[in-house]
Design a protein around this ligand. Structure first.
Ligand code: ADP
Ligand code: MG
Length: 312
């Protein structure tokens, strides 16, 4: 197979990982037989609660964690048969902020390029520093960088060998809005240039906004994998929150809508968005003469989504 014919950036079959653990904790089965293909050119979301196994999966792809059994192909290269090529095809921005405090960002990128055997003439250190917004800090020691700047550097390090697949492990957990925007801009731009992007998050909304396709992983197994659109359509439960200007008596609601009177004075209307619109609920409120002081809608959170999906 030539590289041009590759359809899937990643192919995972029967992937299992059991961490040995300590005497006290015992072994931990973090991945319980995962099959997953990630199409070339996509922005793919791995979504799941803490402890689901997302980082384990990513770190196995990156060659940072040794799998127990299973097959992993990256850009068509089997990880066991072609370790060097499969590793060269992927760049990972890890969840942990593991940065050598004694290197400057410029040096860190250079060291990383050296590790991947990128010839000096082909290094794009300045370009990458600019891309991640670290030009001003290029020669500052890493220990003087803020948490956000360290994350920028981790992204830069993931890009030095121009990988075909970029993996971001919870890139936006606890980061400020400026960094979040920088990350998403870069992700979109790199994807437009043809890079396949894989990101993990436990924010459904973030996955919705960024990803073409999503796999939901829970307790070491992929429980759902679908296009973002199809997945959202399956997660039907929605809530409209309304704060009436003064109290609201009982009044007729569209079929399928349930009302919950909350202690803080807000009314929550739960409805299936495939059959009922928020507008229909607001119309019912207006018809009953209830004046609305404030309102918002709430998406189902991940937990609800899991319940909803696993119940089917
Ligand atoms: P996620 O990234 O989805 O939060 P992880 O892959 O980090 O999940 O963890 C999956 C499970 O494996 C968790 O129960 C976690 O405690 C366990 N685990 C992760 N790394 C190790 C390790 N090095 N040793 C033992 N258990 C681990
Ligand atoms: Mg993780």
């Amino acid at each position: 197979m030539t590289r041009q014919q590759i359809e899937n950036a990643i192919e995972i079959e029967g992937l299992r990982k059991t961490y040995a653990g300590s005497k006290r904790t015992g072994p931990k089965e973090a991945l319980k037989g995962v099959d997953l293909t990630i199409p070339r050119g996509s922005v793919f979301g791995l979504l799941g609660p803490n402890g689901a196994g997302k980082s384990t999966m990513i770190n196995i792809m990156a060659g940072l964690v040794v799998k127990t059994t299973g097959k992993v192909r990256i850009w068509g290269f089997d990880q066991d048969e072609n370790p060097r090529q499969s590793r060269a095809a992927i760049g990972v921005m890890p969840q942990e902020l593991n940065i050598d405090p004694f290197f400057t960002p410029r040096e860190a990128l250079d060291v990383q390029a050296g590790l991947y055997g990128v010839p000096r003439a082909e290094r794009r250190t300045d370009e990458i520093l600019e891309l991640v917004g670290l030009t001003d800090k290029a020669d500052a020691y890493a220990r003087t960088l803020s948490g956000g700047m360290r994350r920028r550097l981790l992204l830069g390090k993931a890009l030095v060998h121009a990988p075909q697949v970029l993996v971001l492990d919870e890139p936006t957990a606890g980061v400020d809005i400026g960094l979040r925007q920088m990350l998403w801009q870069n992700v979109r731009m790199l994807n437009e240039q043809g890079m396949t992007i894989i990101l993990t998050t436990h924010y459904l909304e973030e996955a919705e906004q960024m990803c073409d396709e999503i796999a939901i992983i829970d307790k070491g197994s992929v429980i759902v994998r679908d296009t973002t659109q199809a997945l959202l359509a399956r997660m039907d439960a929605k809530t409209l929150l309304v704060r009436p200007a003064s109290g609201a008596p009982a009044f007729p609601l569209p079929e399928g809508v349930t009302r919950e009177d909350r202690a803080d004075g807000w009314l929550a209307f739960h409805y299936p968005r495939s059959r009922v619109s928020a507008g229909a609920i607001l119309a019912a409120l207006a018809a009953a003469g209830v004046e609305v002081a404030d309102l918002s809608t709430a998406e189902p959170d991940l937990e609800d989504a899991f319940l909803d999906l696993t119940r089917r």
